[in-house]
Write a protein that binds this ligand. Sequence first.
Ligand code: FMN
Length: 243
Amino acid sequence: MTNNIKNAELFSLFWENSKINKRTILKFAKKLDEDARTARSVSQIFYPTEDLLLSKPKDKIAQLMSERKSTRAFTNFAFSEKQLGSLFHAFRLKETTSRLLPSAGGKYPIEVYAFLFNVQGGLNKQITYYNPDSHSLSIVAKCPDWDEVKESFGLKLKGQPAVFFIFIAIPERTIDKYGERGGRFILTEAGHYAQNLALRLALEKLGGVISGALYDDEIKKLLNLQNTNALVTLGFACGNFKQ
Ligand SMILES: Cc1cc2nc3c(=O)[nH]c(=O)nc-3n(C[C@H](O)[C@H](O)[C@H](O)COP(=O)(O)O)c2cc1C
């Protein structure tokens, strides 16, 4: 299953070469092991001048940003409908025409899907698509059990996530305007979505972690997107975290 994006052949090639699957994960894991054995702490850039200290903000956003962290162990508490609404609100369309997120050229290539593994109410065990204009969900397919599919989600977790968000990109929206350069914008924008979600998780005192190692084609298949050029950019496992 290859992605062949018109007007961005090199981006398509880069995408194919960086896909994860049962075969490429072996090489990827080897690189991670090597890094764990050899990596030192990240060095700071240093200018030999006096440090000019800045004042520290003491507001709500600064507080939330300091509470954000990655957590990888979850309890089996289901998310309430209220918590679900709060998390998806990270991606909502504003009352006007723009979203709460920036987007190069206003092309909004990122779409949000979520596997609802453990939520209260009728949406439990559904795979859903988020409608940012009406702040609502559409059902895409039945959601398999976490244990059945966890390998494709590329994370080693303790317990199961309540919800697993997937940020999908429709590359043509951005590439048709920006060509190869648009590839950079798509990836940058996925990061904005992840950060917005991370802040709402901190607000809700919930836990979560980004997955950068999703098995691209397996996830596409689960979302019924296998015959499209959709790109699986990032995933985000969320749950009530275990202290
Ligand atoms: C693009 C990206 C990909 C990531 N992929 C993974 C991943 O595959 N598995 C994982 O356990 N953590 C992943 N993380 C989380 C980082 O390991 C984590 O952010 C980092 O260790 C700093 O810790 P903190 O988030 O608690 O501040 C990823 C983070 C980013 C931004």
